[in-house]
Unconditional design. Structure first.
Length: 287
């Protein structure tokens, strides 16, 4: 089964967490406005929700942001600020701007409201299957909000499916952090899965522990496997899925992860579909 979050109104699952967080703002917080940092999808979702709610929003994005995502941020009404060559540089600037302005910083991954919003995916998956009929759920792993939220939603409904976090080999800070037993920093690398790029913060308060405690298995996929999954999605599924959104599919197609052999369903979360036409054309032409 495919959970096609790439078909969400903002092109990714991020609208769930953004809506949950902004709905929880107090009246004075709405007046002061919000600040976010994003590789693109979180920013687009925050801009969309804030625009509909009349909340002033500034979204910091690194210089390498996908132009489709940047256009989406601006279309929602938020002020987009390009700053920094890496996500971590951009995030530090966004957090400083929030402190200086008094705006509420809306983290893409390390916020309980955001994580709970992403967890509605787990609730929806549980609603669609009878108890015990799901063997595993595979979801992309970056800052950890998505997979931790899904695992929490499944647990809330008493679903005992294995939760598998899938990292891109070139964007695997959370995976390395889990293996190290504490948050770590890594140099950023170019990747088709730029939605998964960036760190988790050495002062991570929520998502690291949730991932460490809730995720049952970790795997990672290569750039070639991500590219093949993106091509498969277009050619066989007739869906546009961005690199970061395709890693769960890549894990199965590439043989990195295999079903446990039970009779239950396996759910692959396709987390986003915001990708520049030039990038998609290059991927399709490389097959």
């Amino acid at each position: 089964m495919l959970k096609a979050e790439c078909l969400q109104v903002t092109g990714s699952f991020k609208v769930r967490g953004a809506a949950a967080r902004l709905e929880a703002l107090e009246a004075d917080e709405r007046t002061r406005g919000i600040v976010a940092c994003s590789s693109g999808n979180h920013g687009r979702a925050v801009s969309y929700v804030a625009g509909r709610a009349g909340i002033p929003a500034r979204v910091f994005v690194p210089a390498w942001v996908d132009p489709v995502k940047l256009d989406g941020i601006r279309a929602g009404g938020a002020e987009a600020i390009l700053l920094g060559e890496t996500f971590d540089e951009c995030e530090a600037a966004a957090q400083a701007a929030a402190r200086e302005s008094g705006g509420v910083y809306v983290s893409a991954y390390d916020d309980p409201w955001v994580i709970a919003g992403q967890g509605t995916i787990g609730l929806e998956i549980a609603e669609q299957f009878e108890q015990g009929s799901i063997d595993a759920v595979l979801a992309p792993l970056s800052g950890g909000g998505l997979v931790a939220g899904i695992a929490g939603g499944l647990q809330e409904e008493g679903v005992g499916a294995s939760v598998v976090g899938v990292s891109a080999a070139h964007a695997a800070v959370m995976l390395h952090s889990v293996r190290a037993g504490q948050p770590v920093e890594l140099p950023e690398q170019d990747t088709l899965a730029n939605a998964l790029a960036g760190g988790i913060g050495l002062d991570n308060r929520y998502s690291f522990d949730l991932v460490r405690n809730r995720v049952d298995e970790h795997v990672s996929v290569s750039e070639a496997q991500i590219s093949e999954a993106m091509r498969f999605a277009v050619e066989r599924l007739h869906m546009v899925v961005e690199g970061g959104g395709a890693v769960a599919l890549a894990a199965v197609l590439g043989g990195v992860w295999s079903p446990p052999g039970g009779d239950g369903a396996v759910v692959l979360v396709l987390s986003g579909g915001n990708v520049a036409a030039e990038t998609l054309a290059r991927v399709l032409g490389s097959g």
